[in-house]
Design a protein around this ligand. Sequence first.
Ligand SMILES: O=C(O)[C@@H](Cc1c[nH]c2ccccc12)NS(=O)(=O)c1ccc(-c2ccc(I)cc2)cc1
Ligand SMILES: [Ca+2]
Ligand SMILES: [Ca+2]
Ligand SMILES: [Zn+2]
Ligand SMILES: [Zn+2]
Length: 165
Amino acid sequence: FEGDLKWDHNDITYRVLNHSPDLDADVIDDAFVRAFKVWSDVSPLTFTQIYSGEADIMILFGSDDHGDPYPFDGKDGLLAHAYPPGEGVQGDAHFDDDEFWTLGTGVVVKTRFGYSLFLVAAHEFGHAIGLEHSAVRDALMYPMYSYIEDFQLHQDDVAGVQYLY
Ligand SMILES: O=C(O)[C@@H](Cc1c[nH]c2ccccc12)NS(=O)(=O)c1ccc(-c2ccc(I)cc2)cc1
Ligand SMILES: [Ca+2]
Ligand SMILES: [Ca+2]
Ligand SMILES: [Zn+2]
Ligand SMILES: [Zn+2]
């Protein structure tokens, strides 16, 4: 995804365009609120949900071809993607709805077979605010998904966002 730009404003808006059938809508919205909080806690950025019109970060669940040049690939493989900051599709976050989305707070057995929407969203929102991948294995921005029970943002992630903002 081109460019490692940054937002030219700190009060970022987001809009959830649709929900996955795997979780209740309010559980999904809460997971996104917590995923945004990971970043707003360590930066001057604020994230506000809007319910109509064009938000900076438009969030949608889609599968295979979902309207952009980066189709998803069915179960596993690609989990989600987010564009770096900017106008239009830039900044948007898309989640592959062929994955089984769960939350760490759910029954543990579900997280073994599902992906934590909170963790993947926190990672995607890192891209949506301009972060690239980290080489630090324990960092949220590490390129490989790993289920973390009690999640802590790594110093490398904090350094990345504080470098940008
Ligand atoms: O990295 C991503 O955001 C996407 C899209 C992507 C693929 N290649 C690149 C290269 C550079 C940026 C993004 C991507 N790849 S993915 O395979 O769907 C993926 C999504 C989330 C994660 C991830 C989630 C949670 C934690 I903790 C760490 C990584 C790893 C891999
Ligand atoms: Ca956008
Ligand atoms: Ca997939
Ligand atoms: Zn997409
Ligand atoms: Zn990534």
